[in-house]
Design a protein around this ligand. Sequence first.
Ligand code: PLP
Length: 363
Amino acid sequence: MTAAREVIGSSYMHWAKTRSVAKYNLATSGLGNVKLNELRVSLDDLEITEGGYGYQPLIQSIATRYRVAPEEVVTAAGTTFANHLAMAALIKPGDEILFEHPAYEPMLALARYLGAEVKRFSRRFEDAFQPEDLNRLVTPKTRLIVITNLHNPSGVLIDDSTMKRIGEIARRVGARVLVDEVYMETLFEESPRTSFHLGEEFVVTSSLTKAFGLSGLRCGWILAQRELAKRMWLLNDLFAATAVHAGERLSVVAMQQLEGIRARAKQLLDRNRQILNEFLDTREDLEVVRPEFGTVMFPRVRQGTSERLCELLREKYETSIVPGVFFEMPAHFRIGIAGNTDLLQKGLERLALALDEIRFIRG
Ligand SMILES: Cc1ncc(COP(=O)(O)O)c(C=O)c1O
């Protein structure tokens, strides 16, 4: 077990904030940021002070969108803080949890920071990144199973029947399942599907960050059973007390305008996914599980690791991708398709040059 005090932050987040910026940035996994003046909002829509446990109009918007009761919604600053609040309410130091591999590193670091005894389950490339059978891994001590859907880094979707089965396995030992669904929004469904409806053991986190380019609003939430949601609100009194109210107001306005944002975002992702797929068709030196949805793919180089490729791309070709080492799979790299199409095309041209230069397959 990693002692909580050894966790001093997130290596991935630090890299993303300080090293991922490049002219051709294929490292990001969220849609380009919407500008304030693209939202139809006036100063009269805003206010700066509101007390209590969450802003009811925002809670109501989220509850309606996911077909849940308002008492089952807890708002939080982004999925990041939603994950923190959810895990803090769900686990105590020393609790055994099952965490997917490969994983979104900040969430894994968080579990360790909270003192969990982290056991891993595999989502192998060879299994198209579907989770292995958890029956073999749960024990009576397991308190929580943590999973992302869509999966970060592969973008793969887990269907409801597999997720239900994970829920049943958790229920058998009295554990919960925490599902980070931040990328599920990129399916752009009007009433988005959520595993929250699959059983009482499910706790779900998400936000407006990835699919809508609204990261700056920090509009995140947790869907949880009422008693658990109440526990999270009380715990939040120790963390954030209340949210930035102007942000809550802006989030309500944004939620009313998701339809327009959604149409643009979906068109962009469909086009860009096709471009990346066509590029991958031309590369014998890469293997990839191709997801149907989402903003990322996680290819693997056929020999060695992707480290040199990432460095060469950055230093010579002004292009960034995410080294697989951040997901504990150094042969892979994560590539994002959420930027504008021209940038993606130019970035892929550079990726082709860098791959040709390294020659992962020697002829
Ligand atoms: C799985 C996952 N959860 C959460 C986040 C962060 O989301 P937010 O900006 O809503 O905090 C990310 C960002 O990359 C992510 O990949």
